[in-house]
Design a binder for this molecule. Structure first.
Ligand SMILES: Nc1ncnc2c1ncn2[C@@H]1O[C@H](COP(=O)(O)OP(=O)(O)OP(=O)(O)O)[C@@H](O)[C@H]1O
Ligand SMILES: [Mg+2]
Length: 267
């Protein structure tokens, strides 16, 4: 099952992607977590060892490899292969984390969202397609906030798109855009998740705002000070307190997704 996590900056994408990846792995699934963010925060949330973490080089920064794969011999040439060979890359560059999970850090491309066809972008897009369509693991992708890479090819294999919102209109505005784009690209299972919820009035306000949407509010995760404490201590939230309010809520989300996985693939 391929799960993508998207939403506005700071809403909790990395917390949710990383914690779900840990829960699938703990339960015995082969998990490959993908960090598509420039800040590389996912390794913290997953609880990757510091010495492993420090050595990670995002794929997007492997200039030489990108040049080789896309056959770019010099800047400004403007001719390169937009469909490079990438199938060996995940296994070559993934690192191991707790509970047997694996992490691949793609990094992001520092280009405006103009559909730039630079070699880095071509390689990352081809790689995402390869990960979504060709791999057998449970894949959880922590997308960068802007969703630059979500195109017809990359969205193809996404089984579940989790769109994360905070209780704010701005965040819901972007969710509405992400949902429309995901629908246009053919993603079937799109679920809205509200994070950092403090009280029921916020849930009521969200319900009001999304009343016309076709996508339901699938799950809510409470605001939880233990998540911030874990951050401050550089510890994965699930290792810091696996019974905190947010972790217990994410366990319930995990159970729902696992059930959905059985419905989609195993029955
Ligand atoms: N349920 C929660 N309760 C308390 N704090 C939270 C919760 N979820 C996320 N946070 C905090 O909010 C901040 C942003 O979370 P996170 O990094 O997961 O978001 P993000 O969407 O991945 O952000 P970015 O767009 O910067 O990658 C972090 O400091 C995190 O500790
Ligand atoms: Mg993040």
């Amino acid at each position: 099952m391929k799960i993508a996590v998207a939403g506005k900056g700071g809403v909790g994408k990395t917390l949710i992607a990383g914690t779900l990846a840990r829960m699938f792995a703990k339960d015995g699934f082969n998990v490959l977590a993908i960090d598509n963010d420039s800040a590389m925060n996912l390794s913290y949330t997953l609880g990757i060892d510091t010495d492993i973490k420090e050595k990670i080089v995002p794929i997007s920064e492997m200039k030489k490899m990108i040049e080789e794969r896309t056959n770019v011999s010099g800047a400004g040439l403007g001719v390169y292969n937009i469909n490079p060979e990438v199938s060996d890359i995940p296994d070559r560059f993934k690192v191991s984390g707790p509970d047997g999970l694996q992490l691949l850090v793609l990094g992001s491309i520092e280009e405006p969202a103009t559909g730039c066809l630079c070699p880095e972008n071509a390689l990352i897009r081809t790689l995402l397609y390869n990960l979504f369509v060709k791999r057998n693991e449970v894949i959880v992708v922590d997308f960068e906030a802007g969703l630059e890479h979500l195109g017809r090819g990359t969205a193809k294999g996404i089984d579940i798109m989790l769109v994360i919102t905070e209780p704010s209109q701005k965040s819901l505005d972007l969710c509405s855009k992400i949902i429309n784009l995901s629908k246009k690209l053919g993603v079937i299972n799109i679920f809205l998740i509200a994070n950092k919820i403090i009280d029921d009035s916020q849930i009521d306000a969200i319900h009001k705002r999304i009343s016309e949407w076709e996508v339901p509010l699938y799950h809510t995760v409470p605001f939880d000070s233990d998540v911030g404490k874990a951050d401050l201590n550089g510890i994965s939230p699930i290792d810091f307190n696996s019974n905190s309010e947010a972790m217990n809520s994410l366990k319930n989300l995990y159970i729902k997704l696992k059930k959905l996985k059985e419905e989609l693939f195993d029955l």
